[in-house]
Design a protein around this ligand. Structure first.
Ligand SMILES: [Cu+2]
Length: 193
């Protein structure tokens, strides 16, 4: 396991290398408003905590934050496995995303946490995840830098965008690569059919 003493110093050097001023600034209010705009091709079910996309050209806004903030923002209850941090997509917490094979997803990631770095990546490797999820990333399909937390005094957040392609049917997950976050349940499920 990677949780020993020698792993800690190696981890801090990785974190120094991967954090910093990453992401484009935007107003927190803008991010919250963007997240409330659901495209016509997205069928959002709060009952199933799922979003079915009826287009192969998909755009999503993925917000990262602590579970309490997510519950306040959405008015819904985080899944039981989400211990600390969560994603909010189209007003749902860690929803299952149902995509069509051959889809391209334009991901706009915004960190709305007040204190922690986050990112969102796609993998075909399912939970449980280790403290350093990199070690279980045989199925990594996308990568992005960690984005700094929001500044609630200045009402400013940071975003980072990229495209992910799903060329084969199957099961995938989106998760945060920051050490410990996926291990503590910062992930959601993707079904490509
Ligand atoms: Cu995170």
């Amino acid at each position: 396991m990677m949780n020993g003493g020698s792993g800690a110093s190696g981890m801090s050097s990785i974190m120094v290398g991967m954090t910093g001023q990453v992401g484009t600034p935007l107003a927190i209010q803008t991010a919250v408003q963007d997240a409330k705009v659901t495209p016509s091709y997205a069928v959002v079910s709060s009952k199933n905590d799922s979003i079915v996309f009826e287009s192969k050209n998909v755009s999503i806004v993925v917000l990262a934050m602590g579970v309490d903030r997510a519950a306040n923002l959405t008015g819904s209850t985080p899944p039981a496995y989400a211990a600390n941090d969560a994603f909010v997509i189209d007003g749902l917490i860690d929803p299952t995303l149902v995509l069509q094979k051959g889809s391209t997803v334009h991901i706009t990631f915004v960190n709305l946490d007040s204190s922690a770095y986050h990112d969102v990546i796609i993998t075909s490797t399912g939970p449980p995840y280790q403290y350093m999820p990199m070690s279980a990333m045989g199925g990594l399909m996308s990568m992005m830098p960690f984005v700094q937390h929001a500044d609630y005094q200045q009402e400013q957040a940071y975003e980072y965008s990229y495209n992910a392609s799903f060329n084969s049917a199957g099961t995938f997950w989106y998760l945060c690569m920051y050490p410990g976050h996926a291990q503590m349940g910062m992930y959601g499920y993707i079904l490509v059919q």
